[in-house]
Ligand binder design. Structure first.
Ligand code: HEC
Ligand code: HEC
Ligand code: HEC
Ligand code: HEC
Ligand code: HEC
Ligand code: HEC
Ligand code: HEC
Ligand code: HEC
Length: 498
């Protein structure tokens, strides 16, 4: 087997004695000698049936070339509760960020403070009424919880658990291998809660056993999770000019390069990684995907991301972490990326277009719809339970699907998502469903004697509908506005006819 030396090995080669180098190349070369305890893993596992492909994938990896072998990752400490004796070694099946972090400290620290790492905690803390009550049932098939286990948790991450027998001991298979609760594993959700207390799965983006940067840089990599009706980033990117250019010039993207600096190693197009993770000539790679975004587009009403995070820390009684970035700082980091391919004015104007769209959604639909929805709940005109009444589904579609699509489309240059899957559907939902459904509910509530509560909500509804942006719906455009629209439309028609 040939020895491959990279730059780092050459530097260390110069720094240490020849004897050490001899010792290195004879004892630590992966799978090459009896002295390497991973040699037997490779030897046995490469036989068909025991995961031959795993060994081949690993052989292809940078790790194998650097001498990182099976046991470097699978070795288990005595305190690992999923550790087991396996052909003379004590190993664990699941390899967590704690394990990767032994060699990749910076990436692991950055990842741990990201929203990605918290994506599983959300599943635990939130009363997941949608998956556990509405779509599924908590005791279905002994709590198999398929709607969460095969749905939500595959993206967000499960809380990994071992199967226990009646005495509370871990169940083993015939090879003495511990059995995981199938509800919780296999799972590579981005915020998986691991048995060693760590959060996340590096394999969410770095597929095993190649763990290649090339694969992680591709937009498809993020698309497993960032797609669909409520966060269609993959679709938005595909329709954007950035996605178009990526596909047209993929062969010029230098994706397999070790160093991958935008504007230096490639210029044809940005991928998701380029904008959210990768390096620029003046900025390092980050494994906290929140480092470059200024708004959060997820909630019913968008907030600047630092405000949203500050209130989260305050609620938990925790101080802000060191090096906490303001929304403006995050934005300028993203603009650092854009500026490798665009001018400052171009980028500044893009951000104005984006901010305007987020503010329009907030002001015209997000804020009023949320205000009236919360009032229906607080006045007792809707039950405390979510999703048992039509209006709750209507409101959910408005912010969680259509309202997000409008905002997300604008953030990443996907006009069809901003317009036809976004603003158009938000408006349709608001005027043709939410408002009429509220009016019906108020009428019903009055019949049921809840007149006072209904009057209160009606006051809010009237304020909203009579406000500047909604009064057209009541036929209340002023004569001046009607005149202006007529003149505009005449001008358009003249231009069109010529
Ligand atoms: C003599 C053969 C042999 C050797 C040596 C061996 N394994 Fe295995 N290993 C197996 C077999 C067989 C299985 C079970 C495969 C199956 O169920 O399909 C297994 C299972 C595993 C699993 C999966 C456990 C699970 O939860 O499904 C891991 C991880 C693993 N081995 C890693 C290693 C590592 C690391 C080494 C080196 C310390 C090693 N193996 C050495 C034969 C071997
Ligand atoms: C860089 C770290 C790393 C190295 C090196 C590594 N593994 Fe893994 N291995 C992982 C990760 C990560 C998983 C996925 C576990 C999870 O998170 O669900 C895994 C899973 C496995 C599994 C169970 C998965 C399945 O699909 O059945 C086996 C078996 C396994 N590894 C064997 C090996 C063997 C054999 C070697 C050496 C040739 C090896 N691993 C080298 C990180 C590593
Ligand atoms: C024993 C140390 C060690 C462990 C444990 C380890 N790695 Fe690595 N890894 C390395 C070395 C050395 C390199 C090559 C130098 C570099 O890129 O830092 C590397 C490179 C990488 C790369 C870049 C690959 C490429 O295409 O160039 C990725 C991604 C990676 N590791 C991810 C992981 C993940 C994920 C885990 C845990 C599942 C892990 N590593 C565990 C030592 C380790
Ligand atoms: C296809 C992968 C996927 C599935 C399945 C999925 N989610 Fe998500 N979820 C995401 C992504 C990606 C985001 C972040 C979207 C963004 O930032 O644009 C997210 C965001 C969220 C948020 C907002 C978090 C925050 O910080 O505001 C919650 C809550 C949530 N999901 C709950 C669920 C629940 C509950 C389920 C199942 C009923 C579920 N998700 C299913 C991928 C998924
Ligand atoms: C959201 C996806 C994602 C997750 C999760 C993720 N990575 Fe990465 N990682 C990437 C991308 C993309 C790159 C390539 C960046 C580049 O070279 O432009 C990368 C690069 C790396 C590199 C090479 C860095 C270098 O300087 O060349 C290492 C090492 C690494 N990741 C380790 C990890 C570890 C350890 C974890 C878990 C704590 C992890 N990654 C989780 C996306 C991810
Ligand atoms: C395994 C699923 C999964 C993969 C793969 C994934 N993400 Fe995420 N991502 C999520 C979830 C879930 C959230 C929401 C987390 C939360 O708010 O708790 C999220 C949130 C984000 C956010 C918002 C961060 C913030 O601080 O608000 C960004 C940006 C992001 N992801 C980018 C990426 C990029 C870029 C990639 C690919 C390189 C990627 N993600 C891969 C699941 C994933
Ligand atoms: C040209 C750069 C660029 C590319 C390419 C790109 N994004 Fe973004 N992304 C942005 C910008 C800009 C924002 C909004 C930042 C802000 O709010 O300040 C954003 C926002 C996001 C968010 C935050 C949504 C939220 O809920 O707040 C997620 C998640 C995300 N992108 C994921 C992805 C994924 C996945 C891909 C690839 C399919 C991708 N991005 C491609 C620039 C990019
Ligand atoms: C690697 C280079 C690269 C990076 C980085 C990059 N872009 Fe682009 N961008 C392009 C190319 C190429 C086009 C297509 C130009 C054209 O319209 O002919 C484009 C097009 C655009 C468009 C026009 C979209 C349309 O439909 O006309 C906008 C707006 C834009 N980029 C904004 C941004 C912003 C904002 C960022 C940073 C968040 C960014 N770009 C990052 C290369 C890049």
């Amino acid at each position: 087997m040939k020895t491959q030396l990279n730059k780092k090995s050459i530097i260390s080669f110069l720094g240490i004695t020849i004897i050490t180098v001899f010792a290195f190349s004879f004892t630590s070369r992966p799978g090459s000698s009896e002295a390497d305890p991973s040699a037997k893993c490779i030897e046995c596992h490469q036989k068909t049936g025991n995961g031959k492909a795993i060994v081949e994938q690993w052989r292809e990896s940078r790790h194998s070339k650097e001498g990182v072998t099976c046991l470097d990752c699978h070795n288990a400490g005595k305190s690992d509760i999923d550790g087991f004796d396996h052909h003379g070694e004590h190993i664990a099946t699941i390899v967590t960020p704690k394990d990767c972090g032994m060699c990749h400290k910076e990436e692991t620290t950055q990842f741990a403070k990201s929203h990605h790492a918290d994506a599983g905690v959300i599943m635990g803390s939130l009363d997941n009424v949608l998956a556990e009550v509405v779509e599924g049932h908590s005791s279905y098939n002994n709590g198999a919880n398929p709607a969460a286990a095969s749905g939500c948790w595959q993206c967000h991450g499960s809380k990994v658990e071992l199967l226990k027998d009646a005495n509370g001991l871990t169940k083993l298979d015939t090879n003495g291998i511990p059995l995981f609760d199938p509800k919780t594993w296999p799972n590579t959700g981005i915020g998986r809660i691991n048995l060693d207390g760590s959060k996340g799965s590096c394999a969410a983006c770095h597929n095993r056993h190649t763990f290649s940067k090339e694969q992680a840089r591709q937009p498809e990599n993020c698309g497993k999770c960032h797609m669909g009706p409520d966060h269609p980033q993959a679709e938005i990117y595909n329709e954007s000019k950035h996605g178009v250019n990526f596909r047209a010039h993929k062969d010029k993207m230098n994706l397999a390069s070790d160093k991958w600096v935008v504007g230096v190693d490639y210029t044809a197009a940005p991928t998701c990684a380029t904008c959210h993770i990768s390096a620029t000539p003046t900025m390092k790679i980050t494994h906290d995907v929140g480092d470059r975004i200024s708004w959060t587009l997820r909630p019913p009403v968008s907030q600047k991301i630092d405000l949203a995070m500050k209130s989260k820390f305050e609620k938990a009684g925790k101080p802000l972490p060191d090096g906490f970035l303001t929304a403006d700082q995050r934005r300028s980091q993203m603009q650092n990326v854009c500026s490798q391919c665009h001018t400052a004015n171009y980028v500044a104007n893009f951000y104005k277009q984006y901010d305007n769209e987020v503010n329009l959604y907030n002001d015209k639909f997000g804020i009023p719809a949320t205000k009236i929805y919360n009032q229906l709940k607080s006045e007792g005109l809707l039950t405390a339970l979510d999703f048992d009444e039509k209006i709750e589904w209507t409101y959910y579609y408005l912010w969680h699907h259509e309202g997000r699509r409008a905002r997300m489309g604008a953030s990443m240059m996907g006009p069809d998502y901003t317009q036809w899957h976004g603003n158009f559907e938000v408006a349709e939902r608001f005027y043709t469903e939410l408002i009429p459904e509220i009016q019906d509910l108020l009428e019903k509530s009055r019949k049921n004697g809840k007149t006072e509560a209904a009057d209160k909500v009606e006051k809010t509804l009237n304020e909203i509908l009579n406000s500047e942006m909604h009064k057209w719906y009541l036929g209340k455009l002023s004569p001046e506005e009607i005149q202006k629209r007529k003149e505009d439309s005449k001008k358009y028609r003249e231009r069109y006819d010529h």
